[in-house]
Design a protein around this ligand. Sequence first.
Ligand code: CDP
Ligand code: MG
Length: 693
Amino acid sequence: MSQFWKPGTEKPRLLDDEEGGVLFFTTSSSGGGYANLERQRQRLPVFKYRTAILYSVETRATTIVVGETGSGKTTQIPQYLKEAGWADGGRLIACTQPRRLAVQSVAARVAEEMGVRLGEEVGYTIRFEDATTQGVTMIKFLTDGVLLREMMDDPLLTKYSVIMVDEAHERSISTDILLGLLKKIQRRRPELRLVISSATIQAKSMADFFQTSKRRRRQEEEELGPIMEPAILSVEGRGFNVQIHYVEEPVADYLRAAVSTVLSIHDKEPMGDILVFLTGQDDIDAAVQLLTEETQNRRKNSSGLMVLPLYSGLPRADQELVFTPTPRGKRKVVISTNIAETSITLEGVVYVVDSGFSKQRFYNPISDIENLVVAPISKASARQRTGRAGRVRPGKCYRLYTEEYFVKEMSAEGIPEIQRSNLVSCVIQLKALGIDNILGFDWPASPSSEAMVRALEVLYSLGVLDDDAKLTSPTGFQVAEFPLDPMISKMILSSGELGCSEEIITIAAVLSVQSIWVSGWGSQKELDEAKLNFAAAEGDHVSFLNVYKAFLQSGKSSQWCHKNFVNYQAMKKVIEIREQLRRTARRLGIDLKSCERDTVVVRKAITYGFFANACHSEASSHDGKYKTIRGSQEVYIHPSSVLFRVNPKWVVYHSLVSTEKQYMRNVISIDPSWLTEAAPHFYQKQRPNPMLH
Ligand code: CDP
Ligand code: MG
């Protein structure tokens, strides 16, 4: 390899060298067509454990299955359960995933293996999209968040016979809440079976969590119910070794380092696909563009590269490209977020390039700021990433960090998301399920009490909780009804009173999709110019309304979208989500009214939901610097905002992202008097503020 790499080829570095324990990476044959699927299924490592898994599910309340990614846990176990009769009599088998994209791709795969149409015997549900058929669907894949919402209508989840909580090692906030609630449900519904599956060996702590006291256990055994003590099954795979290469010196720019590593693998290494781990849509699109340019410039040797992005929110057609087998003579390069770490499996990967970073949510209860930060991954993640190279034959993993860094500085495990998140959504969900003592809730990992207090405060100011921290009626219950962030739900409720619900629901729908702009083709300059056509002086949310109106005027034309750098798929989704939200609003008795061109009421409604995200800039400041009103944190308007360089004095933002600075995304200008109107309690407790007196 280029100057990056230690001459590691002298002595191959195997995984077991490095970690002092043997890791197996599984293999499976790829391709081969439909007729082959059954044989492929039987070759998966999990197949040997079929009987053991079914026996355990039969006799025990909880079964924990640990196995390397690709061993067949997600696609096979639900099928085994179905074959064993767990879906008979109209019951359902659920399999939850932390990520939407994984839900869809796995459901499609299982439908294919079973030879049925997706949405019938095998279906899936994600937020705003239900592909199941009542009375027909037997295996249902869904996000853990959707299953939580189903508990609002059916607290004991009575339609399900078995619930498989998949990817439990990810410790997403919804997975943790779900585990706590499922443990409660099990006491009321001993016939419900849980399967918890995980790619890494944290099984012991999971088992401890589901352990019940000895006395209870004796009682249960006397009553001949299922054994409450969880079984742990470890699914071993056959594996190929993966050689690990480190950089000699820390790299300054992981994106460029990743691109040049891909090019040098392509120059020097035998055929085999490359999987690159970057952090999010921004850097992935940038890398795709750089690589595409490179291959066009160099032409000769690089023409065989097929460069593809992979992140959630990617249009369906692009997703499918990633999963289709690589054409002969070509080399696929998939540039992915950590979604390809364990949630989904790509066949044919032989080389992995690991940037050492991922985008993670971080919340600071003191400053009351939550943002997405590009942060170092843990050793556990690094190992998972490495393992992705050893599926079809011995592979290589290029870590874009030094060995010393890996050994001495990387943390062993990641922090559960619940301990690094704003808890507003989590608290309202538990309240809506009748869990009042949230701090006393049986958490797999406890959230901090500071974060909890902050969340309670915000919910109180939103009018969602009363003095006793109970949901208010009707506001609290209405806010909980929407499958949205409580701040967005509150914005919709307020818009009913302000007479602008049609507009606000459009805005809520736009905020629910990844981005309404296309990226990845054309230059940034062209995109910026296209955006200017819709820019509104009031801010991004009003600009969204302009795009939406123009899209309708074009007759929802895809050509119009193409010409204006608008993402057609995203706009279609906006229309769909909008209709669903209007239905919910109507059911809750919210007036559906348009304010025509009155942007004051629109901005007021936004402020009624997002007052906690208010910021102001000093009169003297021209550098776009703002301070949050609550915590006096320094934040800036994101360059993608229409208010970038406009710098109105008072703004509220929708979310923060952090690179070298804290950037506000989706920003709208407001009148400060709206803040005290929206949330008197929230702003009274602040330090004296000239404006608020
Ligand atoms: O859940 P786990 O990581 O243990 O494995 P899985 O997702 O059930 O994948 C088992 C096998 O199914 C993999 O080896 C893939 O080859 C195959 N698979 C696929 O070809 N296409 C998918 N969309 C999902 C899985
Ligand atoms: Mg899986």
